[in-house]
Design a protein around this ligand. Structure first.
Ligand SMILES: NC(=O)c1ccc[n+]([C@@H]2O[C@H](COP(=O)([O-])OP(=O)(O)OC[C@H]3O[C@@H](n4cnc5c(N)ncnc54)[C@H](OP(=O)(O)O)[C@@H]3O)[C@@H](O)[C@H]2O)c1
Length: 330
């Protein structure tokens, strides 16, 4: 990371365009409400960086905020219409201006994490939600780590995945799941990965010892019990997830679509938290929150500098590196 003088860290405002193109939606809906607009370029406030966006990661939360579902989310993001028109949160970019009270970053630095509205030519990011992108890491890979990467790392930490454990990953072929599989394999766990038939080879290539199609296989037929279940998709009942855990096993609920338009399945989190009080099993859930420390840990855990390009199966044991699969676009 370069450290320049205060004067040098200020980009002359005239050097940047005053407007930018951005992917927006002015009302909640499907792809039909998405458009491209020319907007005023944002300015970084105190504690913020202005980034020239080099890659933006598409994650499930962005799709939820596009649709405004579950409706519960509208309490925070706009009841009748989206509070912020620009879509996107995961980002990798180059610092082009530095707000007041920011130290440790300079114009020209590459960073990744989350920003407000990353589907744009420029986006403002809080310093507390980004970390430096190593020279060896491509922006398209880094742009999948701010949410998907930090969530995956939080998940394996939450259930304390360790060498020799049997770990079940539900939703293993997605943005979060592919990273969870690799992190668990890297820790020496025996991973059983559940996803659609078309992606079984993908998860095996990431190091899963067993892989099963959720359309044809019940989780009770997967050779449990498991020391840990990381539940990223499928919205299975907590009782069903518990039935494949060892008596002292750990469950963490990350997410899952089809949980209903109002609450989006968050009810399961409450059931898990309640049941946790009456059993030796550890039953929990998490909502990941992007932080600089989390980004740095995800970057370090992934050792992305040695990873093959995103979207190409590594084919090996899965040890030694992680590659991000989430969709990112320049
Ligand atoms: N708690 C948090 O902080 C947090 C953070 C990030 C994401 N999330 C949530 O976690 C979930 C996954 O996010 P993501 O970005 O990884 O989504 P994603 O990329 O769409 O991945 C979901 C994966 O689950 C698989 N799947 C679908 N139905 C399944 C089932 N019944 N059983 C097992 N696997 C199934 C899908 O496989 P196919 O595509 O092959 O069908 C897909 O690969 C979302 O609900 C998201 O909102 C939560």
């Amino acid at each position: 990371m370069t450290h320049l003088s205060d004067t040098a860290r200020q980009t002359p405002a005239g050097a940047l365009p005053t407007s930018m193109r951005a992917v927006t939606r002015r009302r909640y809906g499907g792809p039909e409400v998405v458009g491209v607009e020319t907007l005023e370029r944002p300015e970084p406030a105190a504690g913020e960086l202005l980034l020239r966006v080099r890659a933006a990661g598409l994650d499930r939360a962005t799709l939820h905020l596009l649709e405004g579902k579950p409706y519960l989310a509208r309490l925070a993001f706009g009841l009748r219409r989206p509070g912020r028109p620009v879509l996107g949160q995961q980002v990798a970019g180059e610092v082009v201006a530095v707000g007041a009270d920011v130290s440790g970053y300079a114009v020209g630095d590459r960073v990744f994490g989350t920003a407000d509205g990353s589907f744009a030519e420029y986006a403002v990011a809080k310093v507390s939600k980004v970390a430096a992108t190593p020279d060896t890491v491509r922006d398209v890979d880094a742009a999948t780590l701010g949410v998907s990467g930090t969530t995956a790392l939080d998940a394996v930490n939450h259930v304390e995945v360790a060498a020799g454990q049997k770990v079940l990953v539900l939703g293993a072929s997605g943005a979060v799941g592919t990273l969870v599989v690799q992190l668990a394999v890297h820790r020496g766990a025996e991973v059983t990965a559940v996803c659609s038939a078309a992606k079984l080879d993908l998860v095996r290539g990431l190091g899963a010892v067993h892989a099963a199609d959720y359309r044809t296989t019940q989780i009770t037929d997967l050779g449990g019990p498991f020391d840990a279940v990381i539940d990223i998709a499928g919205n299975r009942k907590v009782s069903q997830l518990r039935s494949v855990l060892t008596p002292t096993g750990a469950l963490v609920i990350i997410g899952g679509e089809e949980g209903g338009p109002m609450l989006g399945g968050i009810q399961r989190n409450l059931v898990a938290a309640l049941a946790d009080r009456f059993t030796q099993q550890r039953l929990g859930w998490l909502f990941a929150s992007t932080t600089t420390a989390g980004c740095a840990q995800a970057r370090g855990a992934g050792r992305l500098g040695s990873a093959p390009p995103a979207g190409r199966p590594s084919g090996g044991s899965g040890r030694g590196c992680c590659r991000a699969r989430g969709d990112a676009a320049r």
